[in-house]
Design a protein around this ligand. Structure first.
Ligand code: NBY
Length: 828
């Protein structure tokens, strides 16, 4: 047998084989022949984790003593997706692992399917945090991702009779081999109680907080490996436990029920993820969750800081903390509390350190989605923090009164305390004032933030604002999700794009190479065939891989307008029924996404999609031309199957509503062509790919402002468009829903009378642009060219680029500068 060269520190097939067998015996306690798939999956995961641990310890050692700044990324949500295949890829050990298992008659892919995915997030915000963790490690930036270890993540979605049904997500049921609990790094977190003043030794009046109860936070660490660089960061998620000594002191001896109640109440904090992707303010438990994980994380950073023998006054020099939306913004008064009440610094010094530490990323323009807490609720749970917020507010508003004399309205709008109706604490205002940097997540979004949602703050503090357009990791979303396309690209241009996505521009050399075009097409068709097979196996629906795969996957929301897509399908259906001989490029429409359980209209949108599917898929008149599939339980794993198989990416939100979008980038990298509005990152995608390679439709934000000023009357659009009347009347008369005239009534009433997301105004523009999509696809050469150019011009949308920008502009952390990024393409 030929001897293969073994790289230094390479993970060999023999090493994996013996690690795997050893874990089966010593960790799982089963002989191979009697072990189940889950047991084998656990044994393998432990084997891989062992490798990561060795690198982890090396990485910690390498930066602990150096004077490097560490990033603390605070996020209430993370959606990392399955670890096994990603970590093997990062370690460059996939092939040796496959080999090792084959020798034991075990299939790696079978084991990988056993991994439940950590659904610790709702959507884009949580997935962004996971892409950022991947890029940070790959760029070798020391960082800790802090968050909550929810026992139950986002619900599993089932569809019954077209309606969403929620099932509990039990991702920890069989244990989690990727995490390591670190018992001796746990902290106590206080809630409720009261505050008091006292005079310290030097005669100064100081404050202290006497909490009414305490909860213990225990960290569970998951290694986050960089891509083939031997560097490993950690994701540190806090789990809530009862504080025993505290429990029992409050209860009479023998009050067991009381003691148990305390334990249950404590553990409730990290029990479950709130399944809503706008806001859940008003829920006491949610505020408790936010404070719990933020406080644990800050205490941890202070501990690590002190462990290095550094004075607390240098905290901001060692740590840069990023707030992923306002959910952890309670960290601002919490750091103040630690510095004032525990470290005994003066206000000015504490404030300087705090402000120099935090950065705040905003993810929404919708004013109703900005977090506000009822003041009485806040006061009851966090009395000391409220006092600190009052003081921050007083000092800030004093400055603003000097700056804008006589402008009482402005001062009222900028206050951290809302006085309209019920009094509230406005977390976005606190986050802006308490941070050195504020950013939006796409150019349009950052501009609109400055013009509308955060306008007063921009006028007062213009230097604080910047844009950081989102990105996604090509390692998961191309290399892991789409091996056939990745191999084709590797063969054509080499592998530099794995860590420098700008390299994909080299693909442009091939757009006129018909042999390459043909290979590109065949690769995509094979990937579509795989998804087609999955659809048939799971949904019993046959789809044609030669048809256009037109896909919309994301959370279900009125502003994302999945119902516009559904209305267009109904319109095509009517057209095909009325004129069977019309030229038509066959299409398969695929949807996926969860609705917040309490969001009635979003659930009705799912029902509409399923109803349209039922109608279309069972009508012989449109057979071979139209298919509609709703894939239940959309998550990261399903996304990995879906993105590579798309021809058309649906990004059709109302202009000005989608902050950025990141799914759009995953589609683009994999060669899908976008049909979209001028919203979020679409604007930048179109700029990168060129207008000929993007299907644009719909109103712009300026159009919408104008129509709104004049008074928008959706009825007029209904009356003017015969196509629109056909589908709306058909729905209203029950023609598409087996005679049921009532089921979609609330949606139709809303569309005809209010239509807050301008579906009717955009309908004609959407359907005519969709007709252009159909025609373009029919010209295979033209389409393949567009597809390759979309992928070739996706370099900007790597999260590596995004993280570089955060590092240089906000965190002030050095990063290796080995990117071929074109100059001046990403202005702030
Ligand atoms: O963040 C999304 C934006 O809608 C999307 O445009 C952007 O690309 C992405 C990353 O920047 N926002 C999002 O996913 N938000 C949430 O998931 C979310 C979850 C919980 C709450 C609010 C928002 N909450 O208040 O509970």
């Amino acid at each position: 047998m030929a001897q293969r060269a073994v790289k230094k520190n390479a993970i060999t097939s023999d090493g994996i084989r013996s690690g795997f067998l050893s874990h089966l015996t010593h960790t799982i306690g089963r002989p191979l022949e009697f072990s189940s798939m889950v047991e084998r999956y656990h044994a393998l995961s432990h084997t891989v984790r062992d490798q990561l641990m060795e690198q982890w310890i090396q990485a910690v050692e390498s930066y602990k003593n150096k004077n490097v700044r560490v990033v603390g990324y605070l996020s209430a949500e993370y959606l990392p997706g399955p670890h096994l295949m990603n970590d093997l890829q990062a370690l460059d050990a996939t092939e040796s692992c496959r080999e090792a298992l084959v020798s034991l008659q075990v299939d790696l892919d079978d084991l990988a399917r056993e991994e439940p995915e950590p659904g610790l997030g709702n959507g884009g915000l949580g997935r962004l945090a996971a892409c950022f963790m991947d890029s940070l490690a790959t760029l070798g930036v020391p960082a800790i991702g802090y968050g909550l270890r929810y026992e139950f993540g986002i619900f599993r979605q089932e569809i019954r009779d077209g309606w969403q049904v929620e099932r509990t997500d039990k991702w920890l049921q069989f244990g989690n081999p990727w995490e390591l609990p670190i018992m001796d790094a746990s902290f106590e977190v206080g809630f409720g109680g009261r505050t008091e003043t006292y005079t310290d030794d030097s005669g100064l009046v100081r404050w202290r907080w006497i909490p009414g109860r305490k909860v213990r936070g225990v960290p569970h660490d998951t290694p986050v490996p960089g891509y083939r660089n031997g560097f490993v960061n950690r994701l540190r998620l806090w789990s809530a436990e009862a504080v025993d000594s505290f429990d029992l002191s409050d209860f009479n001896a023998g009050d067991y029920m009381g003691a148990v109640r305390q334990k249950v109440e404590s553990e409730t904090i990290s029990k479950i993820l709130y399944p809503s992707d706008d806001n859940d303010a008003g829920k006491r438990l949610r505020l408790a969750q936010q404070y719990f994980f933020t406080s644990c994380s800050l205490q941890d950073m202070v501990r690590l800081h002190k462990l290095q023998g550094k004075p607390i006054t240098e905290f901001h020099q060692k740590w840069s903390i990023q707030l992923n939306d306002t959910h952890p913004s309670i960290g601002i008064p919490e750091l103040m509390r630690i510095l004032l009440d525990e470290e005994l610094l003066g206000w000015e010094e504490a404030w300087e350190i705090t402000q120099a530490t935090f950065g705040y990323t905003n993810h929404t323009l919708l004013p109703e989605a900005l977090e506000r807490w009822s003041l009485p609720l806040f006061a009851a749970l966090l009395p000391r923090h409220l006092e600190i917020i009052y003081e921050i507010n007083e000092r800030f508003l004093d400055r603003m009164r000097n700056r804008f004399p006589g402008d009482a309205d402005r001062i009222r709008r900028m206050s951290m305390i809302g006085e309209e109706g019920e009094r509230t604490v406005r977390m976005a205002n606190l986050a802006v004032v308490g941070s050195k940097a504020v950013n939006g997540v796409a150019e349009l979004h950052s501009d609109l933030l400055k013009q509308s949602t955060l306008r007063d703050f921009y006028e007062a503090l213009p230097d604080r604002f910047s844009n950081k357009t989102n990105g996604v990791t090509q390692r998961r979303w191309m290399m892991l999700a789409n091996p056939p396309l990745s191999s084709l690209i590797n063969e054509a241009i080499g592998t530099k794009w794995h860590t420098d996505l700008w390299e994909l521009r080299e693909l442009e050399r091939f757009v006129s190479d018909s042999a390459f075009l043909e290979r590109w097409r065949r690769t995509q068709e094979a990937t579509k065939a795989k998804l087609s097979q999955y659809i048939e196996e799971t949904q019993g629906i046959k789809t044609d891989p030669q048809s256009i795969f037109d896909i919309q996957v994301k959370r279900i929301h009125e502003y994302k307008r999945q119902h516009l897509n559904a209305l267009h399908i109904l319109s095509l259906y009517c057209q095909l029924k009325g004129n069977p001989n019309v030229t038509f490029t066959p299409r398969t429409f695929i949807f996926g996404g969860k609705a917040a359980p309490s969001y009635v209209m979003a659930k009705l949108i799912i029902k509409l999609i399923c109803t349209v599917g039922d109608l279309v898929n069972n009508d012989p008149d449109v057979k071979g031309r139209l298919k509609v599939v709703f894939l239940p339980d959309y998550n990261v794993s399903l996304g990995q199957r879906i993105y590579p198989a798309a021809d058309v990416s649906e990004q059709i939100s109302t202009a000005g509503k989608e902050a950025s979008g990141t799914g759009c980038m995953k589609f683009q990298m994999n060669g899908a062509v976008t049909i979209g509005t001028l919203d979020g990152a679409n604007v930048e995608i179109r700029k990168e790919v060129g207008q000929d390679n993007f299907f644009l439709f719909g109103l712009t934000t300026q159009d919408i402002d104008q129509i709104t000023q004049k008074g928008y009357r959706p009825q007029e659009f209904y009356e003017r468009s015969s196509k629109l009347r056909e589908v709306i009347d058909g729905l209203s008369e029950g023609r598409f829903s087996r005679g049921d005239r009532e089921v979609f009534r609330p949606m139709l009433d809303q569309l005809l009378n209010v239509d807050p997301y301008f579906l009717l105004a955009d309908f004609d523009s959407y359907t005519s642009t969709q007709a252009q999509v159909g025609a373009a696809y029919a010209d295979a050469k033209r389409w393949n060219r567009m597809s390759i150019l979309n992928s070739a011009r996706s370099g900007k949308f790597s999260s590596d680029r995004t993280i570089r920008e955060y590092c240089s502009d906000i965190w002030k952390v050095p990063v290796p500068s080995s990117s071929g990024a074109p100059k001046n393409t990403t202005p702030n």
